[in-house]
Design a protein around this ligand. Structure first.
Ligand code: NAD
Length: 301
């Protein structure tokens, strides 16, 4: 078992679908964890799962060496981090694992650094299964020193850590990756629909593409048609997995970042529109790979 770089006390803020299993893995590894979530039912679920809870966020972070946050969006992260800067002990390492906009991540680094903390942005890939299994990948931004101190906690919750660069680099890597994922899932869905239209057997399509130049994670590991390729949400009526609403959130973050940076991302922009349409038709809670069905019903222009 690895022990924490300092005395090993951790506060965990945001015990939802991702945060709770991550916190549970820290508890199982022997870290002294104090959790907090603003929702009563999440606190009840966390207590049942064996996570010790504080009555308030300030109570959770007070005196802790490391603060981990796993929250829905940048606005909430800003609010939570403003309070962390009032109540955590000076010098604490503060790790935000949420997927948020690059601007909010930069703000977090500046705000916490000014107040004497050691911030790390560390968004994840691997989803709820990776969170449960402790196999997440962390994409980290921050100083070498802060990341070295965060490493024992992160390597308990995940199997891979990439130090992407300075403040907010982890968020930048995360939204670039998920823009590729959104675009490639649409491309794979379109190709299967075309294959169907041409009378090509789906298994033959998979066997060729998954070993040819069209291969990518969206077909090889997460094939969007049932009964073909490894087990995926398509084999379970498109239960998420990774919900389409979260994909739209990430495509929105990449479009905001592209606009702020003055970079053209035409496929990313179009992917966002297609997911908006899919969600307006009620697809938000389905796995993002279910977009293949919406593509199938679109009329050819
Ligand atoms: P979730 O909604 O299940 O959990 C978020 C938790 O934060 C909730 O329990 C909520 O009550 C709590 N919360 C909200 N405001 C709070 C506050 N002010 N103080 C304390 N707690 C507060 O979401 P999730 O699926 O766990 O996702 C969390 C983050 O991880 C998001 O940024 C998401 O984009 C990212 N992410 C999710 C997945 C996934 O598959 N679910 C994968 C990768 C990344």
């Amino acid at each position: 078992m690895e022990t924490c770089g300092m005395s090993g006390t951790v506060a965990f803020i945001g015990l939802g679908n991702m945060g709770l299993p991550m916190a549970v893995n820290l508890v199982k590894a022997g870290f002294d964890v104090m959790g907090y979530d603003s929702a009563g039912q999440m606190r009840a679920a966390a207590a049942e799962a064996g996570v010790r809870l504080a009555d308030s966020q300030a109570g959770a972070v007070a005196g802790r060496d490391i603060v981990v946050a796993m929250l829905p969006n940048g606005a909430i992260v800003r609010t939570v981090m403003a309070e962390v800067a009032l109540s955590a002990r000076p010098g604490a390492v503060v790790i935000d694992c949420s997927t948020i906009d690059v601007e909010s991540a930069r703000w977090m680094h500046e705000h916490l650094s000014v107040h004497g903390y050691m911030p790390v942005d560390a968004p994840v890939s691997g989803g709820t299964k990776g969170a449960r299994d402790g196999t997440l990948t962390f994409m980290c931004g921050g100083t070498e020193e802060a990341i070295a101190l965060a490493r024992p906690v992160l390597s308990t919750m995940g199997k891979r850590l990439v130090h992407c660069g300075p403040a907010a680099s982890g968020q930048a890597a995360k939204i670039c990756n998920n823009m590729i994922l959104g675009v490639s899932m649409i491309a794979v869905g379109e190709a299967f629909n075309l294959a169907d239209g041409l009378g090509l057997d789906r298994q033959a399509m998979f066997d060729v593409v998954s070993t040819s130049s069209g291969s990518c994670w969206s077909i090889n590991q997460y094939c969007p048609v049932p009964g073909v390729g490894p087990d995926s949400p398509a084999d379970h009526q498109y239960r998420p997995g990774f919900a389409a609403a979260l994909m739209l959130k990430d495509l929105g973050l990449s479009q905001d970042a592209a606009q702020a940076a003055g970079v053209a991302t035409p496929l990313g922009r179009h992917a966002k529109k297609l997911y908006e349409n899919f969600i307006s038709q009620g697809g938000g809670d389905r796995d993002f790979s279910a977009i293949i069905e919406a593509l199938c019903t679109m009329r050819r222009e």
